[in-house]
Design a protein around this ligand. Structure first.
Ligand SMILES: *Cc1c(COP(=O)(O)O)cnc(C)c1O
Length: 361
């Protein structure tokens, strides 16, 4: 599916995900000219520079470049928990819903979860669910996972003070925290909270370079030096040891330098559409709760099954993703401009109007 503007036709807005971004010209140039070496031997200078930069940004000792965010999360979890231990998180978490059971399949880790409003962190419930020392009777909780921003929650930003409280309460009983920060960049840009402040709330943090930042591939896991040494072994065992991969790390370095601050533009476009839709259809979205680049519409509240709504607006060149039976997700990113945003807004409103009119008649 191509996106872009052809003269004389309505622009196509592919808002299925912020993974759809294509490398910019400057990024491609940085990739072509990257210094490289064999990274399994630890000899790729561009990978080393990227890892050092991300560790520094997040205030941790060390970092490891990974092919995907799923691998970064799953190796992060494996550093906390082994077979028969559990991790706990909210019911919409990416590690539970979108990594195809990897924690169970690869690490023998069990999971429990609770229902969370828009994926928002709920420290009291987490502490209630957590079993710090299960002994010979109950499954022991090794780690609590926090996702910031929260993908299926609708780009929800986790409040720093709640993350800090979770960190303190879990650390005092020896339970770890993993931060799935695939879109931590968006939380940072939306709130101005330094990345290192978020980083200080977890033992292990994963971040994606291939979402709104616009790199074609790549995630990074950060932690202390000992954990990253173990993660290096686990990555190789999973088949994730890569060779002259500085070509890809160069894209990540470029993204951090040139394409981080512009996430604010994605947030502004998302907020504008949320405001327009929320004003006309308050039951479909509360614009005050749309915080970053993800717009989740409760199209069910307007009488649309999510899959039908996504198909209907898709026929008019606005592509989204049904996250469940009644919710449709639209994600803003680097390849979406103002004209596409206007087209998306008009199309979403028109489709919602039609169903409202149909129901009224
Ligand atoms: C995209 C994403 C990941 C990683 O996904 P990959 O496709 O494996 O890179 C992890 N967590 C969240 C919240 C995500 O949105």
């Amino acid at each position: 599916m191509s996106s872009g503007t052809t003269p004389g036709t309505a622009p196509v807005a592919d808002l299925r995900s912020d993974t759809l971004t294509r490398p910019t010209r400057g990024m491609r140039e940085a990739m072509v000219s990257a210094d490289v070496g064999d990274d399994v031997y630890g000899e790729d200078p561009t990978v080393a520079a990227l890892e050092a930069r991300v560790a520094e940004l997040l205030g941790h000792e060390a970092a490891l470049f990974m092919p995907t965010g799923s691998m970064a999360n799953q190796i992060g979890l494996r550093l906390h928990a082994g077979p028969g231990q559990e991790i706990i998180t909210d019911h919409l978490a990416h590690v539970l819903r979108a990594e195809l059971g990897a924690a169970a399949a690869y690490s023998g880790i069990t999971t429990r979860s609770w229902v969370a409003d828009r994926g928002r962190i709920d420290v009291d419930t987490a502490l209630q669910v957590m079993v710090p020392d299960g002994g010979a009777y109950q499954v022991g909780t090794a780690c609590v996972v926090v996702e910031n921003t929260h993908n299926f929650g609708g780009g929800t930003v986790q409040p720093l003070d709640e993350m800090q409280r979770l960190r303190q309460e879990t650390a005092s009983v020896g339970v770890g925290v993993h931060l799935d920060g695939a879109r931590l960049w968006n939380a940072h840009v939306a709130t101005g909270v330094p990345l290192a402040d978020y980083g200080s709330c977890a033992d292990t943090v994963s971040v994606c370079l291939s979402k709104g930042l616009g790199a074609p591939v790549g995630s990074v896991l950060v932690a202390d030096t000992d954990r990253i040494a173990r993660a290096r072994v686990l990555r190789k065992r999973m088949g994730g040891g890569m060779r002259q991969v500085g070509l890809l790390a160069a894209a990540g370095r470029y993204a951090l330098e040139h394409q981080l601050d512009r996430l604010a533009e994605d947030h502004a476009r998302t907020a504008a559409v949320a405001a327009a839709v929320g004003e006309a259809f308050p039951g479909v979205v509360d614009a005050a709760r749309v915080e970053t680049n993800i717009l989740v519409l409760d199209v069910g509240a307007a009488g649309w099954p999510a899959a039908e709504f996504v198909a209907a607006v898709g026929d008019r060149g606005v592509h989204g993703y049904p996250t469940d039976a009644r919710h449709a997700r639209f994600v803003w990113h680097l390849d979406i401009d103002d004209a596409m945003t206007r087209h998306a807004q008009e199309t979403l409103l028109a489709a919602l109007d039609e169903r409202a009119a149909g129901r009224a008649s």
